[in-house]
Design a protein around this ligand. Structure first.
Ligand code: C2E
Ligand code: CA
Ligand code: CA
Length: 762
C-alpha cells in the first residue's frame, strides 16, 4: 500500500513537472527563434546600409561614365570578402535608379562573387523570401537600392540544435526537481502519516492491553485488547478514574506508588493485579510510562499490561514440582534444605536449639519388592500422613528420598521433646497398615542430631542424624538414637570399608579358604569342603567376612565378588577332581541374598561351568533362609534352575530364621545345615539341644540330609552322632585351610592308592 502511494506521488509529480517544463521549452523555443530571426534581419540591414553608403559614389560615377562593371564587381567583392565571411548571405544586388547595376552574387558566404546575369538571378532570387532593401542616396537624391538576400536555414538548424540541448538540460533539471520534491514530500508528509497509521494499527492489534489516562488518572483511550482482557467496553471507563489495578500488599495504594515512581523515574514496571468485569482478578505484568510533549510537559500516562495468569500458574506448578514431593505432598529434599537454612539462621538469632530427626522405614524394601510399587507408594503416603499429623505447626516434615523422612523440630527446650517426638513417630509407624487386604506392621528407625551441638551446617546435621539412624538400626529395628561422635567413627569406618571393597578384587586382596566337611561315622572321612572368603586388606589387614560381606551387599560390590568366588571355586574344584580322579571333592559355595536375586546368576553359573569344565555333582550351593525369604517365589525359581543343572543345595544357618514347614517343603533343597549357634550350646543348654534334635528329625522326615556346623567338642560330636546327623563341620575336625594346607589335608585323607569315592550320604 505504501509502495502504491509512493508510485502515485512520483507519477503525479512527474506529470506536473513535465507539463511545466514543456511549456517552458515551447516558450524558450519561440523566443530563440524570434531572437535569431531579428538578429539575421538586423545583420542584413546593417550590411545593406553599409554597402549602400559605400557603393553610392561608385554608382554615381557609373551613371556619369559608362557602365563599369568591373569596378562595381570589385567594389562588391571587397565589401563582401571583408564583412560577410560568417554571414549566410545568398546574394547582394545593387540596383541603379535607371536600371539594375548588379554588383554580384555572393556564394559561400562571401568567398566569391558571380558576375551579373539577369536571367540567372531572376530565376534564383525572384521569390527569395528573406531580403532586406536599403536605399542608396547621393545627397538627398535616391539613386538606387541595395538588396541583401539572406539565408536563414543554417541559423534555424543552429537554433534547433540549441533547443535540443536545452531540452536535455530541462529533462535532467526536471528529474532532479522531481526527486527532490518526491523525497521531501515523502519525508514531510507521507512518513508521519504512515507512522500515525501504523501506530493506530498497532494500538488496535496488540495483545497487550493499552490504557491512556490523564494526569488525574482518568481514562481517555484504550485498545481492543484491554476490552478483551478485562471484559469492560472502552466507553465504560472513558472520563472515569482508573481503579482497575492493585497490588498484592493491600496497604499500598496503586496510584500512590505509581505517582511516586513516575515522579522519580518517569516509568514503572512490575507485577500487579487487574480486576475484570466478571469480578475476576488476574495477575498482570504492567508498565506505566509518562508521556511528555516537546516542551517536556506531562501530557498523559500510558499503561501497557499483559495477562500473566498462565505463566503464574506454570510457575506455581513448577514450584510445587521443585519443592514438594509429588507422592506424599511433603516438602522434598531441596525444600527441606531451604527450610533447614532458614531455621538454622532463626535458631542462631534466638539462640535456641533445634532438632533434626532422620526417619527410615525398616521394612519398606520388603513391602515394595514383594507387594509391588503401588503398595509401596500407598505405604509411604500413609506414613507421611501419620507423621505429618504428629509434628507441631512450627516444625517441618519432608520426604528426604525413598523411604526416608526428616523432621525439623524448631525451638526445643530440652532433648525430652525430641525423645517423645521420636517415640511417638515410631509408635505411629508401627500401627498396622492394610495393603492388598492384608494387615502389615512396619517399623521406623530414627536418628537425631541437635543444632548447634552436633553441627552448625545442614550437611553436618544431616550426616550426623543419618549416622545416629544407622546406630539405632544396629540395636534393632524400630529404635531411635541420638548422635554421638563415638558412633560417628564407626560409621566412617564402615564407609571406608565400603569404598575399599570396590577395589579389593583388582588389588588381589581376596582369597578363599576351605573348611572340610566330614561324615559323622567313626573315621570321619572328608565328604567335601566349604569355600570361605577371606579379605586381606592393605589398609586394615584381615577383615572377617561377617563384617565385610554385609557391607559388600549394601554397596552392591557383592555381585562381582560373588562371581569371583564362583569362578575361583569352579577352577579349584575342577583341578582337584582331575588330580584325585575317582574321589569326588564336593565344594560348597555360599550365595548371598543379593546374588540369589540377581537375574544373571543362573546364566553366569551355566557359562562358568562350561568354561571350567565343572561337573555339577562336584558343587553345592549354600543359601540362607533370610536370603530366600525376601522374595520367596523368585528364589524358588532360581534354586530350581540350579537344581535342574545338577547342583546340590543346602539351607544354611537353619533354625535362626523362619524355619517354617510350609516353605521348607516347597524348596528344592538337599541338605539342612544346623546353625552353629545351636551346636555351640549342645551340652550346655537343653533348649539348644532340643532345637538340634527337632531339626534333625524334621530333616529326616523331609528326606533331607543334615549337616551340623561349628562342632568344636567331643560332646557336641557325640550328641550329633547319637541323633543320626550324617555330616559335620567344625574346628573339631579342621579349621578353614589355605589352598596348600587343604591340598595336604586331602592327600592325607585320600592317600596315594585310596580309591574310596565320597558321595553325599556316605
Ligand atoms: P557361614 O556360611 O555360616 O560359614 C561358616 C562360618 O563358621 C565360617 O566363618 C567358619 O569359619 C565358621 N566356623 C566353622 N566351624 C567353626 C567352629 O567350629 N567354631 C567357630 N567358632 N566357627 C566355625 P567365616 O569364615 O568367618 O564366615 C562367616 C560368614 O561369612 C559365613 O558364615 C558366610 O555367611 C559368610 N561368607 C564367607 N564366605 C562367603 C562367601 O564366599 N560368600 C558369601 N556370600 N558369604 C560368605
Ligand atoms: Ca555357609
Ligand atoms: Ca552357617
Amino acid at each position: 500500500m505504501k509502495e502504491h502511494f509512493s508510485l502515485k506521488l512520483a507519477l503525479t509529480l512527474f506529470l506536473i513537472i513535465a507539463l511545466i517544463m514543456s511549456l517552458f521549452a515551447v516558450v524558450r523555443h519561440q523566443q530563440s527563434n524570434e531572437l535569431f530571426e531579428s538578429q539575421v534581419t538586423n545583420n542584413s540591414k546593417v550590411i545593406s546600409e553599409r554597402i549602400a553608403s559605400q557603393v553610392s559614389p561608385s554608382i554615381w560615377e557609373i551613371y556619369l561614365s559608362s557602365v563599369n562593371r568591373r569596378f562595381s564587381e570589385e567594389a562588391a567583392s571587397a565589401v563582401l570578402s571583408s564583412e560577410m565571411k560568417n554571414l549566410y548571405i545568398d546574394a547582394i544586388v545593387v540596383y541603379g535608379r535607371f536600371g539594375h547595376v548588379y554588383m554580384g552574387k555572393v556564394s559561400h558566404a562571401g568567398e566569391g562573387v558571380e558576375p551579373y546575369l539577369a536571367s540567372l538571378h531572376e530565376e534564383h532570387l525572384g521569390n527569395h523570401p528573406n531580403r532586406v532593401d536599403h536605399p542608396i542616396k547621393n545627397g538627398s537624391m535616391t539613386i538606387g537600392k541595395v538588396t541583401v538576400y539572406f539565408n536563414d536555414e543554417p541559423l534555424r538548424e543552429q537554433v534547433a540544435k540549441a533547443f535540443k540541448l536545452d531540452l536535455i538540460q530541462i529533462f535532467f533539471i526536471s528529474l532532479f526537481i522531481i526527486l527532490v520534491l518526491f523525497f521531501a514530500i515523502k519525508r514531510v508528509l507521507i512518513q508521519p502519516l504512515e507512522s500515525l497509521k501504523i501506530a493506530k494499527n498497532t494500538f488496535n492489534s496488540l495483545d497487550e492491553g493499552i490504557l491512556y489516562v490523564d494526569n488525574e488518572h482518568r481514562v481517555f483511550n484504550a485498545n481492543p485488547a484491554f476490552s478483551r482482557m478485562t471484559g469492560f467496553g472502552l466507553d465504560h471507563f472513558v472520563d472515569k478514574d482508573c481503579d482497575l489495578f492493585s497490588f498484592d500488599e493491600s496497604d499500598v495504594g496503586f496510584w500512590e506508588l505509581i505517582d511516586r515512581e513516575i515522579d522519580d523515574h518517569n516509568t514503572w514496571s512490575g507485577e500487579a493485579y487487574c480486576s475484570g468485569n466478571a469480578g475476576n482478578v488476574f495477575p498482570v505484568q504492567l508498565t506505566v510510562s509518562q508521556v511528555k510533549n516537546d516542551e517536556n510537559q506531562d501530557i498523559c500516562r500510558v499503561l501497557v499490561f499483559q495477562d500473566i495468569s498462565k505463566q503464574k500458574e506454570a510457575e506455581r506448578k513448577l514450584k510445587d514440582l521443585a519443592f514438594y514431593d509429588a507422592l506424599t505432598g511433603l516438602a522434598n529434599r531441596r525444600h527441606f534444605e531451604e527450610l533447614m537454612m532458614q531455621e538454622i539462621a532463626a535458631s542462631e538469632r534466638s539462640r535456641e536449639k533445634m532438632g533434626l530427626l532422620f526417619i527410615d522405614l525398616d521394612d519398606f524394601k520388603f513391602i515394595n519388592d514383594s507387594l509391588g510399587h503401588n503398595e509401596g507408594d500407598e505405604l509411604l503416603v500413609e506414613m507421611a500422613r501419620r507423621f505429618n499429623e504428629r509434628v507441631r505447626n512450627s516444625d517441618h516434615i519432608a520426604r528426604f528420598g525413598g523411604d526416608e523422612f526428616t523432621v525439623i523440630a524448631t525451638r526445643i527446650e530440652s532433648e525430652e521433646v525430641l525423645t517423645s517426638l521420636a517415640e511417638d513417630l515410631i509408635q505411629l509407624a508401627a500401627a498396622p497398615i492394610v495393603l492388598q487386604g492384608k494387615s502389615y506392621k512396619v517399623s521406623a528407625t530414627i536418628g537425631i542430631s541437635i543444632y548447634p551441638k552436633d553441627g552448625a551446617q545442614i550437611d553436618e546435621l544431616v550426616k550426623h542424624a543419618d549416622s545416629a539412624m544407622y546406630q539405632a538400626k544396629e540395636s534393632g529395628k524400630g529404635k531411635y538414637s541420638f548422635y554421638s561422635s563415638a558412633l560417628d567413627l564407626k560409621i566412617q569406618h564402615r564407609q571406608r570399608i565400603k569404598s575399599l571393597l570396590r577395589n579389593c578384587l583388582d588389588n588381589n586382596e581376596l582369597y578363599l579358604q576351605y573348611q572340610p566337611k566330614v561324615g559323622l561315622n567313626d573315621r570321619h572321612p572328608m565328604t567335601g569342603a566349604e569355600a570361605l572368603l577371606r579379605w586381606n586388606s592393605e589398609e586394615f589387614g584381615l577383615i572377617p567376612p561377617d563384617e565385610f560381606i554385609p557391607l559388600a551387599e549394601e554397596s552392591g560390590a557383592i555381585i562381582r565378588i560373588g562371581e569371583w568366588v564362583i569362578q575361583q571355586s569352579f577352577k579349584k574344584v575342577a583341578e582337584w577332581n582331575y588330580k584325585y580322579s575317582n574321589k569326588v571333592v564336593k565344594l560348597a559355595i555360599n550365595l548371598s541374598s543379593h546374588q540369589l536375586h540377581n537375574t544373571n546368576l543362573v546364566p553366569f553359573i551355566r557359562r562358568e561351568m562350561q568354561t571350567y569344565d565343572v561337573d555339577p555333582k562336584w558343587v553345592e550351593f549354600e543359601i540362607t533362609e533370610s536370603a530366600i525369604i525376601t522374595d520367596f517365589d523368585a528364589s524358588v525359581v532360581v534354586l530350581q534352575g540350579l537344581k535342574e543343572m545338577g547342583f546340590s543345595l543346602s539351607l544354611d544357618d537353619f533354625g535362626t530364621g523362619y524355619s517354617s514347614l510350609s516353605y521348607l517343603t516347597k524348596l528344592p533343597i538337599d541338605i539342612l545345615k544346623i546353625d552353629k549357634s545351636f551346636v555351640f550350646e549342645v551340652g550346655e543348654s537343653r533348649r539348644a539341644e532340643s532345637v538340634v534334635e527337632t531339626i534333625v528329625a524334621l530333616s529326616k522326615s523331609l528326606g533331607l540330609e543334615t549337616i551340623a556346623e561349628g562342632i568344636e567338642t567331643k560332646v557336641q560330636l557325640a550328641f550329633l552322632k547319637e541323633l543320626g546327623c550324617e555330616l559335620g563341620q567344625g574346628y573339631y575336625f579342621s579349621r578353614p585351610l589355605s589352598e596348600n594346607d587343604f591340598e595336604n589335608y586331602m592327600n592325607t585323607q585320600f592317600g596315594a592308592s585310596d580309591n574310596v569315592v565320597f558321595l553325599p550320604g556316605e
